[in-house]
Design a protein around this ligand. Structure first.
Ligand SMILES: [Zn+2]
Length: 314
């Protein structure tokens, strides 16, 4: 399927591989993921359930592996096929109300330290650089998307609440990534369109293979653009020269037709004859053919005189 082969899917597959991570970072990666793809359901008596949904198999596997590693909560996995659109699979990890769920929600910034549900309560772990990277990795796995570098430069993350989006923007800013924000239906999207910043983000979240591929494509693309620019400039220059030479030939033919040419000084006659004999040569080359040879500016000076004389005939 196209989705499996996209650059974005490849980045997620790379990130979903088990890596050597600190326990704190595993928790914060899960936190980012829970925040990104978790939906809270309120049950009676202040009890809450949580459902994580994703259409990526690698992301679902990572979510489950992290849940089993860092949390003791009971969960149930359901896999369904969407009835509309691309009819792709949707993985749902349902976590019913239970004591361990509060800690999961706290880590993800969904509840205050006092246990109240809120839009965003920054988990203190995010003050650590390693944990912040892990949180961003979890966020990208959940809601991130990056275009293939061959096509365009675009990377985005999304979240539902303004405060969470602001916090995400600040986390990115810590790594020198200035994301812009736009509201799209019911989500807030943070996006980056500069290749250099996208590469930086891939480095921050530890997608090293993807980063290398991105850089490779970018360098090749820039090289191709540079060569194209040089070729275009060269062609434009040659075309300009050809136009000028054609106008010179025309002017000299006019002098000849008017019988003026033979009355001109020897140097002008010589250059005029050379131009007619070599319509494609540059002025520099014509100058070299003169006897004695003259410089490019010398030849240009003579040519200007010929042109002025011819213009006078019009
Ligand atoms: Zn950590």
């Amino acid at each position: 399927m196209a989705e499996e082969q996209s650059f974005s899917a490849a980045v997620k597959a790379e990130l979903a591989l088990p890596g050597p991570e600190l326990p704190c970072c595993q928790r914060m990666e899960l936190a980012g993921l829970v925040r990104a793809i978790g939906r809270i359901e309120l049950h009676g008596g202040g009890r809450v359930a949580l459902t994580l949904s994703t259409d990526s198999g690698p992301v679902a596997r990572k979510a489950i592996r992290l849940l089993r590693t860092v949390s003791q909560v009971e969960y149930k996995l359901v896999v369904m096929r969407r009835r509309k659109l691309r009819k792709n699979l949707v993985y749902r990890v349902f976590i019913p109300p239970q004591p361990g769920i509060r800690e999961l929600l706290r880590m993800a910034g969904f509840v205050t330290p006092e246990g109240e549900l809120t839009e965003w309560a920054e988990p203190p772990e995010l003050a650590n650089d390693h944990c912040c990277r892990a949180y961003l990795r979890g966020t990208f796995l959940g809601t991130g998307w990056v275009a293939a570098p061959e096509k365009q430069h675009h990377l985005e993350l999304s979240t539902s609440a303004t405060e969470a989006a602001d916090a995400l923007g600040q986390m990115l800013f810590r790594y020198g990534i200035a994301a812009r924000m736009v509201a799209r239906r019911d989500v807030l999207v943070l996006y980056v369109k500069e290749a250099e910043q996208i590469v930086r983000f891939l480095g921050v979240i530890g997608a090293h293979q993807a980063l290398l591929r991105y850089e490779q494509v970018r360098v090749l693309k820039e090289m191709k653009n540079r060569v194209n620019r040089q070729v275009n400039a060269e062609l434009a220059n040659v075309a300009k020269q050809a136009d000028a030479a054609a106008r010179q030939v025309e002017a000299i033919e006019r002098l000849k037709a008017a019988g003026v040419l033979d009355s001109l000084s020897a140097p002008l006659r010589e250059l005029a004859a050379l131009r007619l004999a070599y319509p494609d040569a540059s002025l520099k080359e014509l100058g070299e053919l003169c006897r004695p040879p003259v410089s490019k500016s010398g030849a240009a000076h003579r040519m200007r005189q010929l042109m002025a004389l011819s213009d006078a005939l019009l």
